[in-house]
Design a protein around this ligand. Structure first.
Ligand SMILES: Nc1nc2c(ncn2[C@@H]2O[C@H](COP(=O)(O)OP(=O)(O)OP(=O)(O)O)[C@@H](O)[C@H]2O)c(=O)[nH]1
Ligand SMILES: [Mg+2]
Length: 220
C-alpha cells in the first residue's frame, strides 16, 4: 500500500471533536502497551506519527490520523492498565462504548493482542463485547518478531482457542519491527474501509438508485 499522506488530526475527548467529513474510520483497540501506536506507524511507514508511550495508560483520548485523504485510523486508549483509578476506568468505558456503538463512520475494529502470550481476561472480555456489535472485527497478533518462527502457528492457535474465534474469523500475525503482516492488514482495511474517489461516486449512484426504488416500493 502506497502512503501519500498521513497526518495527525486531533486528540478527541468526546463526540463534539470527532471529524465531520464522514470518511471511514478504522479503530485500534487493545491492552495498554500492546503495540497499537507502533502498528499504526508501521502501517503508514512513519517512524513516530502515532505517539508510542513510555507511560502506559496515559492516553485517554481518541487520537485521529488521516491517511491518504481517504481513511482515519483511530488510536483508542488501551485497556487493562492496573494503575488507572476506578473512576478513570469507568469514564474510559463510557467513552469507548459510546464510540463503538454510535459512531456511524466506524467500519472496522482491529483488536491488537500480544502473540507471545495467551489473550488476557481483558482481551477476552473486549473480544466478546466487540463481537456483539455489527462491526467487522480483525484480531491482530503483534510482536511476532519476539518469537521464533517455529512457534508462530502454536501461538496463533492459542489466540483462536482462548478468544473462542470462529475458524474463518480474521486473525493476522504482525510485527511493527519487521513489517510482517503489513500488506495483509492493508488488504483488510481496503476491503472494509477504503474507497477510491470513483468507488465513492459509484456508491452514491447505487444508493441513490436504491433509495428511489425503495420509496417507489413503498408507494405500491
Ligand atoms: N519487538 C517489538 N516491539 C514492539 C512491537 N510493537 C510495539 N513494540 C514495543 O512495545 C512498546 C509499546 O508500544 P506502543 O505502540 O506504545 O503500545 P500502545 O498499545 O500504543 O500503548 P498505549 O498507548 O499505552 O495503550 C514500545 O516499547 C514498542 O517499541 C513489535 O511488533 N515488536
Ligand atoms: Mg499508544
Amino acid at each position: 500500500m502506497k502512503i501519500t499522506s498521513a497526518e495527525f488530526i486531533i486528540s478527541a475527548v468526546g463526540p463534539a471533536q470527532y471529524p465531520e467529513d464522514g470518511l471511514p474510520e478504522v479503530a485500534l483497540a487493545g491492552r495498554s502497551n500492546v503495540g497499537k501506536s507502533s502498528l499504526i506507524n508501521k502501517l503508514i511507514q512513519r517512524r513516530n506519527l502515532a505517539r508510542t508511550s513510555s507511560q502506559p495508560g496515559k492516553t485517554q483520548q481518541l487520537n485521529y490520523y488521516r491517511i491518504n485523504e481517504n481513511v482515519y485510523f483511530v488510536d483508542v486508549p488501551g485497556y487493562g492498565f492496573a494503575k488507572v483509578s476506578k473512576t478513570q476506568r469507568e469514564a474510559w468505558g463510557k467513552m469507548i462504548e459510546a464510540y463503538i456503538q454510535e459512531r456511524e463512520p466506524l467500519k472496522l475494529v482491529m483488536q491488537v493482542i500480544d502473540l507471545r502470550h495467551p489473550p488476557t481476561k481483558d482481551d477476552v472480555l473486549m473480544y466478546n463485547w466487540l463481537t456483539h456489535y455489527n462491526i467487522p472485527l480483525c484480531i491482530v497478533a503483534t510482536k511476532a518478531d519476539k518469537l521464533p518462527k517455529s512457534q508462530w502457528q502454536k501461538h496463533l492457535k492459542q489466540v483462536r482457542v482462548t478468544l473462542g474465534m470462529r475458524p474463518d474469523a480474521p486473525l493476522i500475525m504482525f510485527s511493527a519491527e519487521t513489517g510482517a503482516g503489513r500488506e495483509e492488514l492493508w488488504e483488510i482495511i481496503n476491503k472494509y474501509a477504503v474507497q477510491s474517489p470513483s468507488e465513492i461516486d459509484e456508491a452514491k449512484t447505487v444508493n441513490a438508485g436504491l433509495s428511489q426504488e425503495s420509496s417507489a416500493d413503498e408507494l405500491v
